[in-house]
Design a protein around this ligand. Structure first.
Ligand SMILES: *Cc1c(COP(=O)(O)O)cnc(C)c1O
Length: 318
């Protein structure tokens, strides 16, 4: 794992690769007491010929910088971030699965690691990057998601931190997620906290609805995490003749869709089989020609080099 630190001056020193293992923290560390922390997630893919690529890691670097500003933290520069990701991927090269068998999930973490008693920004920060091999999300063919629309708990509010990958956004969704899982659902969809009328997103992925040739997804106005996969899928869809709208999406419109799918680095582009809202269960198209499958195969095609990377989304590591 890659590790570097900085003091309140905000300048991260030259990082180093350490063996993966526990880290030591002062019990007063800002991250432990006041949740001053951010994470990122990206993947390294291996191609048939053995070459290894990262997908749009610059987007993760930019997102971490924006999040750091929100959380009152200094952040590594874009080039430091990319250097750390590449170093970590290379050091863990033997753990990158062969093409089609999965990928190396890379997890950058920025935390307030210095001791502080009162509520204030940390006097020291640590930037860590570690990794783990992951399999394909769908192990045996297509297993669509079944989602529950959560109308009691909310994930984010206007003026809050829902739009950044703050570590403080995840423990608060666990009770809703656990309750839904106990009832047999794979995830929840949160509603806007003002009107409980428009859909926002799931616990760790963005949501899209398809009706005819129109694809709609909630706009990223501060309560939704701006996913790299979301942005990529929107670009791919527009380039392939679909109409894409980013705007408020009422829950009724979601329930009336032909197809629904989720996007994220972990899930890729995952079709949704059914959604339950206030005791009513709605089913979606999951067979035949699917917009989600079309978009996902283009995305995977670009990642694996079968389709030309015209937009410079891939970064080879060597
Ligand atoms: C990480 C995340 C996503 C997906 O973002 P990607 O950059 O596509 O991986 C969506 N929603 C939430 C809440 C997330 O934490």
């Amino acid at each position: 794992m890659y590790v570097t630190k900085c003091l309140a001056d905000g300048i991260f020193e030259q990082g180093q690769l350490n063996p993966y293992g526990n880290i030591e923290l002062n019990p007063f560390a800002a991250v432990l007491n006041y949740g001053q922390g951010l994470f990122e997630g990206t993947k390294a893919f291996r191609r048939k010929d053995g070459r290894v690529f990262l997908f749009r890691p610059d987007q993760n670097a930019i997102r971490m910088q924006l999040g750091a500003e929100t959380m009152c933290m200094p952040s590594p520069s874009i080039s430091q971030f990319l250097h750390a990701i590449k170093k970590t991927a290379l050091a863990n090269r033997r753990w990158i699965p062969p093409m089609g068998k999965g990928s190396l999930y890379i997890r950058p973490l920025l935390i307030g690691s210095g001791p502080i008693l009162g509520v204030a920004p940390s006097p020291e920060y640590t930037f860590l990057v570690y990794a783990s091999p992951v399999g394909n999300y769908f192990k045996k063919g297509l297993s669509p998601l079944n989602l529950y629309i959560e109308d009691e708990f909310h994930r984010a509010t206007h003026g809050g931190v829902g739009g950044v990958k703050s570590i403080t956004n995840y423990a608060p969704v666990l009770s809703a997620l656990t309750r839904a899982k106990n009832r047999g659902f794979s995830d929840v969809i949160f509603l806007d906290s003002v009107h409980k009328k428009n859909i926002e997103e799931a616990t760790s992925c963005n949501v899209f609805v398809v009706k005819g040739n129109l694809i709609s997804t909630p706009s990223t106005d501060g309560t939704i995490l701006p996913g790299v996969t979301r942005k990529t899928v929107i670009d791919i869809a527009r380039d392939h003749g679909y109409k894409v709208e980013e705007r408020s999406v009422p829950v009724e419109e979601l329930l009336d869709g032909d197809e629904v799918f989720c996007t994220g680095t972990a899930v890729g582009v995952a079709p949704v089989g059914d959604i339950t809202y206030k005791g009513r269960r709605v089913e979606y198209k999951i067979e035949g020609q699917l917009v989600s499958r079309d978009l996902y195969s283009i995305l995977v095609g670009i990642q694996t080099g079968i389709i030309e990377d015209k937009k410079g989304w891939l970064l080879e590591i060597e």
